[in-house]
Each structure stands twice: as structure tokens, then as C-alpha cells.
Ligand binder design. Structure first.
Ligand code: GLY
Length: 302
């Protein structure tokens, strides 16, 4: 049984950006699905699908990411292998177009789970992960947003996630391959105008990303400060495991505790060991797409 689900962020996606969000998640899904169809592994499918969205300036990941308070782009990403429960993550890295690939190198080629900032970039050099210029990540839309935010004395990430700022968010993917292996990954530029060195939920295993073959996998999107507090991704996996609920109910359960306990906003994608999907969000919109070999064609929704 093969299944894959991707998200391109939960936020207030404006009407005039719906088509590019649909196209972006659809391209990512196709890339990951092609790998699974050709007997590729779940980890490869997740990394490749996320790479597509990191390349796409539509999303807040890789190229097109938000700019921090210091005028820099700092990126976070993680990936987890549900077969071994190995995981790799990087946070606050600069000049790397594909932070999820660096996160995978941390998982595959180091004894660590999370490397940050200069240490993560040193590791990238050692592993021959390509570096890019700051201009390869920055797009005009985000420079204009950053300049506009500087004119406002009190801007917070929560404000944006609550639906007051048209924008985008984090990308992620969960895949199940024919060998029953589940992988999950997430990549982000974080929140607009974040404090330098700020780390969100996306590179924190259990918060932004989680995968265990005996249950399923999750990737989250939304206001990281809230998502971290409820350990959202693992809370959803635990709900499926212990409460024996469907992935759809588990996704709703996750968003319910995110909102009721910490007034959080965001979205989740869930994939179980049986290849079943769940999605939920409490933002105005969430871009997502999914496909399995029980379906005749992919579903793409924003
Ligand atoms: N969910 C992305 C972040 O808060 O960094």
C-alpha cells in the first residue's frame, strides 16, 4: 500500500494566490508519488516532495521564505524515519535552499538529531550540501512585507496566523511506501519578522514532525510557539495509538487541543500505517494534496 500527503501551509491564503498554491502542492505530490510508484522509499518521497516546495517561491520554505527582524532568512526543517525512529533536524540555517536535505544528512550521517545555525552550516559544508546566496531565497513580495512590518511597533506571529495577514506558511509531507515504511518531514522559513535565532515547531521532533511505522506520521503547520507547547505531532500519533480513533478524528483532536489549551492556530496532515489520511486546520485555509493506490486520481485542495 502506497500513500502520500503534502501540505503547503495553513494560513489566510488570499484568493489571488489559490492557483499557485494548488499548483505547488500538486507538483510536490506528483514528485513524491512518482518515487513511491517506482518502488522508491518513503524517506526519498518525502525529501523530494519537500524540495519541490522549497524551490517554489509560493511557500514559506526555502525560496520565498519570510524575512526575520534582522533582515535575514533563517530556515528550519526536520525529517523522521518511522521504521527506525531516527530523525534529523536543522534550525536557523542561512543560505541553504533545501534545509530538509540537510536535516536528512544530520539523520543519516551524524549521531545527532538537531543542529542549529553555524554548527548546522558547518555540517552542511562537510557534507557538500549546496549553499546559495541570500538573493536566491529572498523574493520581492517578502522584502516588501518586511519593510511594511518595520513601520508597525507591535507585530506578532499570532496576529498573522489568526488570519489578519494574507501570507503563507510551512510545507510538509508524510509518505507510506510498499514496504510499510512511513516517513514525515517539514520545512519552513518560520514567522514574519521573527527574532533572529527564533526556532519554531518545524524542526522539533514531536511538534512539527513525527513518524512511527506502527501508527503513522504527522506534519504540522501554523503558529510554532503554540504548536511546541502542545507537542502537536506526537499528540496526534498518541491519540491514534491509544484512543483507536480515525486519522481524521485525530487531526481534529490535535487542532482542538491546540486552540483550547494555548489559543493556537494551524493545521495538520496525518497518514496512518494503513494508508488513511486525516487533515484539520483552524486557519481560513490550508493547501494540501494526497494520493494513494486506492485512489484513481489525486485530491488537491486549498
Ligand atoms: N510553523 C512554522 C513556525 O512557526 O516556525
Amino acid at each position: 500500500m502506497k500513500s502520500i500527503i503534502v501540505h503547503g501551509g495553513a494560513w489566510d491564503i488570499p484568493d489571488d494566490m489559490l492557483d499557485e498554491h494548488r499548483a505547488g502542492v500538486s507538483n510536490a505530490l506528483t514528485t513524491g508519488w512518482d518515487i513511491l510508484k517506482n518502488s522508491g522509499g518513503a524517506l526519498d518521497a518525502v525529501e523530494a516532495a519537500i524540495n519541490i516546495m522549497e524551490d517554489d517561491p509560493t511557500f514559506d520554505a526555502g525560496r520565498g521564505s519570510f524575512v526575520n527582524m534582522a533582515g535575514q532568512i533563517e530556515l528550519d526543517a526536520s525529517i523522521m524515519d518511522g521504521r527506525t525512529m531516527r530523525a534529523g533536524a536543522v534550525a536557523a540555517v542561512r543560505n541553504i535552499l533545501h534545509p530538509v536535505t540537510l536535516a536528512r544528512a544530520v539523520m543519516d550521517k551524524s549521531e545527532h538529531v538537531l543542529l542549529v545555525s553555524d554548527g548546522a552550516m558547518r555540517f552542511a559544508h562537510e557534507q557538500n550540501i549546496p549553499f546559495c546566496g541570500a538573493d536566491d531565497l529572498l523574493v520581492g513580495r517578502e522584502f516588501e512585507r518586511w519593510k511594511e512590518i518595520q513601520t508597525r511597533p507591535a507585530y506578532s506571529g499570532k496576529e498573522a496566523f489568526a488570519g489578519n495577514t494574507p501570507a503563507r506558511d510551512t510545507v510538509g509531507c508524510v509518505a507510506l511506501d510498499d514496504n510499510g515504511n512511513i516517513a514525515s518531514g517539514t520545512s519552513t522559513g518560520g514567522t514574519p519578522n521573527k527574532y533572529p535565532g527564533r526556532v519554531g515547531d518545524s524542526p522539533i521532533i514531536g511538534c512539527g514532525t513525527y513518524a512511527v511505522n506502527s501508527v503513522g506520521g504527522v506534519s504540522t503547520t501554523g503558529w510554532g510557539e503554540a504548536i511546541i507547547k502542545v507537542v502537536l505531532a506526537k499528540s496526534i500519533i498518541d491519540a491514534i495509538d491509544m484512543m483507536k480513533i480515525t486519522p481524521e478524528d485525530a487531526a481534529q483532536h490535535g487542532i482542538s487541543i491546540l486552540h483550547s489549551r494555548v489559543e493556537g492556530y494551524g493545521g495538520v496532515i496525518v497518514l496512518t500505517k494503513n494508508g488513511k489520511f486525516g487533515t484539520a486546520f483552524n486557519t481560513p485555509r490550508m493547501a494540501r494534496a494526497y494520493m494513494s493506490d486506492e485512489m484513481s486520481e489525486p485530491v488537491v485542495v486549498v
